[in-house]
Design a protein around this ligand. Sequence first.
Ligand SMILES: C[C@@]1(CC(=O)O)C2=NC(=C\c3[nH]c(c(CCC(=O)O)c3CC(=O)O)Cc3[nH]c(c(CC(=O)O)c3CCC(=O)O)/C=C3\N/C(=C\2)[C@@H](CCC(=O)O)[C@]3(C)CC(=O)O)/[C@H]1CCC(=O)O
Ligand SMILES: NC(=O)c1ccc[n+]([C@@H]2O[C@H](COP(=O)([O-])OP(=O)(O)OC[C@H]3O[C@@H](n4cnc5c(N)ncnc54)[C@H](O)[C@@H]3O)[C@@H](O)[C@H]2O)c1
Length: 197
Amino acid sequence: MEERNELYPVFLKVNKLNILVVGGGAVGHEKLHFLFKSSPNANVEIVAKWFLPETEELAKKHGAKLIKGRYRRKYLKKKHFVIAATNDPKLNKRVHRDAKKRYLLANIADTPDLCDFYMGGIVNKGHVKIAISTNGKSPTAAKRLRQFFEEVIPENINQMVENLNEYRSTIKGDFDEKVNQMNKITESLKAKKESND
Ligand SMILES: C[C@@]1(CC(=O)O)C2=NC(=C\c3[nH]c(c(CCC(=O)O)c3CC(=O)O)Cc3[nH]c(c(CC(=O)O)c3CCC(=O)O)/C=C3\N/C(=C\2)[C@@H](CCC(=O)O)[C@]3(C)CC(=O)O)/[C@H]1CCC(=O)O
Ligand SMILES: NC(=O)c1ccc[n+]([C@@H]2O[C@H](COP(=O)([O-])OP(=O)(O)OC[C@H]3O[C@@H](n4cnc5c(N)ncnc54)[C@H](O)[C@@H]3O)[C@@H](O)[C@H]2O)c1
């Protein structure tokens, strides 16, 4: 039987959450790069024995705290989730174990079995954000899909969202009336086939 995709996407307000990243090498940097690209005000603390110069720069730019040293359990205190990306698989597993004891969510780079969530490919056009995951099966496909959607989704999609938001505030009537009106004026955006969505 075909394996089901059980992932449930959510959009986290990472500027209000505390994140720990363990590891400041190539993979740690990539995780941080995509995190800050999407969420420049994410609250992040990074612990690593050493950091790439570009990671130090990125951390400075986004006000992330760097801790130079070995990972310690205490760094999980007051964190909502943790991303481990060191070159020591045993340490990555330990971070996962420590996180589980505290009911924290963990993402262990390159180890889908130890991930409570995946970092996806992200398409961002103003207020519109699309997250892409292949259920951990092909990060390369996630990247290519991200590039495809970046290309085909028009830049002015944000204008449409802003306009609809403004229009909604002008509609009189109760909630049902607003829903009806909003559906009516956006009817033409739907593909022309019959659908119950
Ligand atoms: C989307 C993206 C976001 C991000 O990193 O933030 C992301 N990986 C990206 C790129 C990328 N990563 C790797 C390659 C080389 C390709 C290759 O080697 O096959 C490329 C492509 C490239 O760089 O061209 C290496 C790699 N990554 C993982 C494994 C292990 C495995 O697959 O088993 C291996 C193999 C290691 C090895 O074999 O040594 C695992 C994960 N990578 C994920 C996310 C999660 C699943 C997402 C999903 O559900 O689709 C998951 C499970 C865990 C996680 O990290 O959350 C980002 C694209 C961002 C963008 O461009 O938009
Ligand atoms: N670089 C890649 O493109 C790539 C691709 C696929 C998989 N991987 C895998 O991903 C993992 C990370 O790779 P990388 O290239 O980022 O490694 P890296 O050597 O560039 O960085 C490792 C980081 O882990 C930190 N670290 C190690 N021990 C630590 C400890 N006890 N406490 C705190 N920090 C510690 C180091 O200080 C460093 O910042 C490895 O398991 C690697 O096999 C890497």
